[in-house]
Design a protein around this ligand. Structure first.
Ligand code: HEM
Ligand code: FES
Length: 398
């Protein structure tokens, strides 16, 4: 390069100096960019050009699919004209893998365990695409990962009208090398704010064979009784369940799982997005709950394949549950207010949720729009006195 040319990366303009490569220019300008070899071998410094001409040298050694998308190696790139660059997208990345085990004769799933050549930045519940000439390519749904060993547990889904790759069921499948692209979808990233309410996920494909294998529900109930017994004692999970009885949690989850597995309409509670709308649940807490569930399933004798199939159904809802701020309940296309109070004239008598006083029908009360907690006029006035007719705790205090 003889003339200085402008390059935009992450919206920041850089002017490259004569004979400077992109990686050097980023480092001079304190723009974070991963790198290792600085020689075009490791592919760590990958960037994608969205505008401008990519010098051929900058793409040497990259696979054709990445070249055609405008990927380049920053340490090998001496721009010849203006360029706009973005960071690599995980969905475009290909990872080499080696099969360790595969299991399952079900027509729609195969359980597989494999090791990845590089650390796959991927969460349980996200999906990968098998790199193959077959159309459509089978989807691989990750059910567990171990970053230390690069091991992945997953379910391969048979594409509609397609077949599984023949190597998956071969007697010498152990060690088979294959490639995956992705993850091709986002996971709940815990960054959704109040204004960024996702649409409820449609239900995952049912798995009626799993319901049958689990004794038509008997094992599911035994697992849930054990699981919620632990949840209600768990220091991180129990605080969320203060207002819900253990039996209610078990019953709701049982009918929800029955509906997910069988596809029959037997669950009439809130969908997970609304049920958890006020709970700020991080990815770490979500995974913590999943790990507890997996340990419980193992204790009840489920096979690795059955655990992966159960886990698939639950992981599907990560995006509806993980968030960093409460979001409103969404009912009939309308977001209900998240906080605040409203007035209501009672059509039937009830008890004040704060002092326990009896409130007669026809009384104008205040209630919290999210919690539904009713305040009798005495409590709502902010004073120590409850309703004149009350027999509650405020009476005693007054
Ligand atoms: C850390 C993770 C989770 C926490 C802390 C959590 C907490 C809770 C709590 C406190 C409730 C009771 C809500 C109420 O009755 O007002 C609930 C209900 C429920 N949860 Fe979760 N949950 C978690 C993960 C999941 C997952 C992964 C699923 C999906 C399979 C799920 C499905 C449900 C369902 C179906 C209900 C019943 C909704 C209803 O009462 O109508 N939860 N959860
Ligand atoms: S740093 Fe290794 S390819 Fe650029």
């Amino acid at each position: 390069m003889t003339e200085a040319v402008p390059v935009h990366i992450d919206g920041v303009e850089l002017t490259l100096r004569a004979n400077e490569n992109l990686l050097d220019a980023c480092q001079r300008s304190a723009i974070e960019l991963p790198f290792s070899c600085r020689a075009g071998s490791c592919h760590t410094c990958l960037l994608r050009c969205t505008e401008g001409v990519v010098p051929a040298q900058a793409q040497r050694g990259l696979r054709p699919s990445l070249r055609s998308l405008g990927y380049l190696l920053a340490c090998q790139c001496r721009p010849t004209g203006a360029m706009t660059l973005t960071r690599p997208s995980q969905a475009d990345m290909v990872t080499s893998c080696q099969l360790l085990t595969s299991a399952g004769t079900d027509a729609s799933f195969r359980f597989m365990q494999f090791e990845t050549a590089r650390l796959l930045t991927c969460q349980p519940g996200q999906r990968l695409l098998l790199v193959t000439d077959a159309e459509p390519a089978p989807l691989i749904e990750v059910t567990a990962t171990c970053p230390e060993t690069h091991m992945v547990d997953a379910l391969m889904h048979c594409p509609p009208g397609g077949i599984f790759p023949s190597w998956l069921d071969a007697a010498d499948a152990f060690g088979h090398e294959f490639e995956v692209r992705g993850p091709v979808d986002g996971a709940g990233d815990g960054l959704a704010g109040k204004a960024d309410v996702p649409v409820e996920s449609p239900a995952p494909a049912p798995d009626p064979a799993l319901w049958t294998e689990l004794d038509g529900g008997a094992t599911v109930r035994a697992v849930l009784e054990d699981f919620y017994g632990q949840v209600y004692e768990d220091p991180l999970l129990a605080p969320f369940f203060q207002k819900v009885t253990r039996d209610r949690s078990i019953d709701k989850q049982y009918s929800f799982l029955k509906q997910l597995m069988t596809g029959e309409r037997v669950y009439f509670g809130d969908r997970p997005r609304n049920a958890h709308h006020w709970m700020v649940i991080s990815n770490e807490l979500f995974d913590y709950r999943q790990a507890l569930m997996v340990r419980t399933l193992e204790k009840h004798g489920l096979t690795a394949l059955q655990i992966a199939r159960w886990t698939r159904l639950e992981l599907h809802y990560r995006r509806d549950i993980v968030k960093s701020a409460a979001w409103p309940r969404h009912v009939n296309g309308v977001d209900l207010p998240l906080d605040g109070y409203a007035n209501e004239t009672l059509s039937a008598g009830t008890l004040c949720d704060h002092c326990g006083a009896v409130i007669d029908a026809g009384t104008l009360v205040k209630y919290h729009v999210r919690l539904g907690h009713i305040s009798c006029p005495g409590c709502a006035s902010g004073g120590p006195q409850a309703l004149a007719s009350s027999h509650g705790a405020c009476d005693a205090a007054a």
